[in-house]
Design a protein around this ligand. Structure first.
Ligand SMILES: O=P(O)(O)OC[C@H]1O[C@](O)(COP(=O)(O)O)[C@@H](O)[C@@H]1O
Length: 342
């Protein structure tokens, strides 16, 4: 017989967390509630994707020259509409929009926060029903309130993030979000339409046995990277190698597994694309913030991803992220001058 375990909803949890910050006004909790509402709308479409006209290409390309999928555009509009009407957000930056969008109504110009997001991550997996997601990052503005936000509000290093999270649309729908108090996971309870605390204080295992990379690109990799892959595949019973290779091709899904099971996810730069593929502001920074808040590490091969000073909305960076021991082992192989600070 199912026991009625006290469900703690996302709202209740964030309100409890504000008690840790005496000066808290509840604006950040309200913004999180808005983002979770938009993701519930996206979830509704994702769940019935095969039945409604939401699968396939939209027929346009985004600023990065990528074919937009119908769900990319739907998810982007859902987030922009909810955040624009929320009065809790001064502006947004999105993978699907060339530039930042400042909301200019009298309420939004007085909002303290801006949001960056990848509305639908893992687009290549939409039509094959593999897990996809939404990634978001929240910054406190540096520009004065009372006027529209500026690009400086968005081009802040990840170590200035107030909060970051993702929603994974998988076997269940989960929202995982981090503040400086840690990383927590919430599962959508469809019968009450609420995200409920299911994974309190998530920890990324210090040691991992899974490596995740699109090995199809390995012909373009530098020697150090190829040597690390050999290390992962080498037979060494004492050290529990060969490691398992897992790659879903959705950053959200590959990092959700890395957070829960440990391991390392990598999208390195290579001879073809020196900065790799993944975007700093709305993919690598939020994921690095979440994994670091859970005790893991994230580097671009030279230093912490979160210490990189952004220069453009859609800039790309290499990323090696996950369990401390495996990230530092990658750095040893790619000849990094120093390991990432513990
Ligand atoms: O197909 P590749 O080159 O391995 O790239 C897969 C990576 O690209 C992405 O799909 C990029 O994200 P978008 O789908 O949001 O463009 C990541 O989710 C994933 O980790």
């Amino acid at each position: 017989m199912a026991t009625s375990r006290k469900l703690i909803t996302l709202d209740e949890f964030t309100i409890q967390q504000t008690r840790e910050f005496p000066k808290a006004t509840g604006e950040l909790s309200a913004l999180l509630r808005d983002i979770s509402l938009a993701c519930k709308l996206i979830n509704k479409q994702v769940n019935k994707a095969g039945l409604v006209d939401i699968i396939g290409k939209f027929g346009a390309t985004n600023v990065q020259g990528e074919e937009q999928m119908k769900l990319d555009v739907y998810a982007d509009e859902a987030l922009i509409n909810v955040l624009r009407n929320s009065n809790d957000c001064a502006g947004i930056g999105s993978e699907e929009n060339d530039n930042f969008i400042a909301f200019e109504d009298e309420y939004s110009v007085n909002s303290k926060y801006v949001v960056l997001f990848d509305p639908l991550d893992g687009s290549s997996n939409i039509d094959v029903n593999a897990s996809i997601g939404t990634i978001f990052a929240i910054y406190r503005r540096v520009s004065p309130l009372g006027q529209p936000c500026t690009k400086e509000d968005f081009l802040q290093p990840g170590n200035k993030l107030m909060a970051a999270g993702y929603v994974i649309y998988g076997s269940s729908t989960m929202l995982v979000y981090a503040t400086r108090l840690g990383t927590n996971g919430f599962t959508l309870e469809p019968s009450i339409g609420e995200f409920c605390l299911s994974h309190p204080q998530m920890k990324c295992a210090e040691k991992g046995k899974i490596y995740s990379i699109n090995q199809g690109n390995s012909r373009h990799y530098e020697k150090g990277m190829l040597d690390f892959l050999d290390h992962c595949m080498e037979i060494n019973k004492e050290e529990g190698r060969p490691y398992s290779h897992r790659y879903i091709g959705s950053m959200v899904a590959d990092l959700h597994r890395t957070l829960i099971k440990g391991g390392v996810f990598m999208y390195p730069g290579d001879k073809k694309s020196p900065n790799g593929k993944l975007r700093l502001l709305y993919e690598c920074n939020p994921m690095s913030f979440i994994i670091e808040a859970a005790g893991g590490l994230s580097t671009d091969g030279h230093g912490r991803v979160l210490d990189i000073q952004p220069t453009e909305l859609h800039q790309r960076v290499p990323i090696f992220i996950g369990s401390k021991d495996m990230v530092n082992k990658v750095l040893e192989y790619i000849g990094a001058s120093e390991t990432v600070a513990e």
